[in-house]
Design a protein around this ligand. Structure first.
Ligand code: HEM
Length: 310
């Protein structure tokens, strides 16, 4: 199968697609042929919530009250800068589908470690605040959207006891209102959305916020490209092949002409032998005629017929 043969920028091909009637499908439909789809790369800036980062990296969650301090760790392509109120996370864009931009990577926030012994292996399991978000997904329809995340967060019980972990996969953490509708047929898209906490997000954040509370804005910086599969070539009718004679795979086969070039050689041989036969036949006839002429001449000499003309 010939794949990914045509690459062109969205802005240019968008109209061509409309004119040719080629369908733009989701990036996951890669196995289909003759179709075009958008591939999206880029980043998304989203800091969760400025006041939360400031609280977590400050003296309340990771201050002198605790023997073991921690903070924020990023992984799998997330980049971070700043600290406390200026903390920012830049998430990698992994692709898009219709109405969806997939982000990758993860961020881990830890604080309030209530272990004060000397066994360091106990530290990791004793953060009362232990929150992890990964693989965010931005769903959008016009300028409305939602933010989904995989999460793991220790439930807030009280200030001294560790709660159980709450977990979720692609759970709606926030709703988004974008400055303008997202259009993935544009080559470059930079759009910012205001985010607010969902009902489920309230539990995930330890019940310290209310549903609808404002979170950090999310900014998508996207580059979109249309990738088209080349339509599959029509299947050529099968050509009979001489099983005795290996066919050269490089040699093009003309389906109109059975046997094509290999049989052409045979025809050439046949033509050559038939023309050789013709020549031999003519020579034979001339030889016979010559012999008959000689016999007639001898007969005329012997009978004295020719002497009458001398
Ligand atoms: C020993 C356990 C904990 C203590 C002593 C504690 C203490 C506090 C205090 C004093 C504040 C107010 C901070 C401020 O006003 O600046 C706060 C805020 C907060 N805590 Fe905790 N907390 C604990 C556990 C947790 C847990 C398990 C979570 C779960 C995620 C959590 C999430 C939050 C959040 C989201 C805020 C609001 C931060 C903000 O935006 O200002 N806390 N916490």
């Amino acid at each position: 199968m010939n794949k990914l043969a045509t690459r062109a920028l969205v802005a240019l091909t968008g109209s061509a697609i409309a004119m040719t009637g080629l369908a733009v499908v989701s990036a996951n439909a890669a196995e289909k042929t003759g179709e075009c789809r958008v591939t999206t790369t880029g980043t998304a800036d989203w800091a969760l919530k400025t006041s939360f980062n400031s609280y977590l990296e400050g003296p309340i969650a990771n201050g002198t009250a605790y023997k073991y301090k921690s903070g924020i760790e990023v992984r799998d392509g997330v980049e971070t800068s700043g600290e406390r109120t200026t903390r920012q996370f830049t998430w990698p864009v992994e692709g898009s589908e219709e109405g969806t931009v997939n982000l990758g990577g993860g961020v881990h926030w830890t604080g309030h470690n209530h272990y004060d012994g000397d066994d360091e292996s106990q530290v990791a399991g004793n953060f009362l605040l232990d929150l992890d978000f990964s693989n965010p997904t931005v769903k959008f329809d016009g300028n409305k959207g939602t933010l989904l995340v995989d999460f793991k967060s220790r439930e807030f019980v009280d200030f001294t006891n560790a709660g159980e972990f709450l977990t979720g996969t692609q759970t709606e953490l926030a709703t988004i209102t974008f400055d303008e509708p997202i259009d993935l047929t544009q080559e470059n898209v930079t759009v910012t959305g205001q985010t607010t906490l969902s009902e489920i997000g309230v539990d995930v954040m330890g019940n310290f916020y209310d549903a609808g509370d404002e979170l950090a804005p999310i900014t998508l910086n996207l580059t979109n490209e249309v990738v088209c599969d080349e339509p599959e070539a029509p299947v050529e009718p099968e050509v009979p092949v001489d099983p005795e004679k290996p066919v050269d795979p490089e040699t093009p086969v003309d389906p109109e002409k059975p046997g094509d070039d290999t049989d052409d050689n045979k025809n050439d041989d046949a033509n050559n032998s038939s023309s050789n036969g013709d020549i031999l036949g003519i020579l034979g006839i001339l030889a016979v005629l010559g012999g008959v002429g000689a016999l007639v001449y001898n007969f005329l000499v012997a009978s004295g017929f020719l002497a009458a003309f001398k």
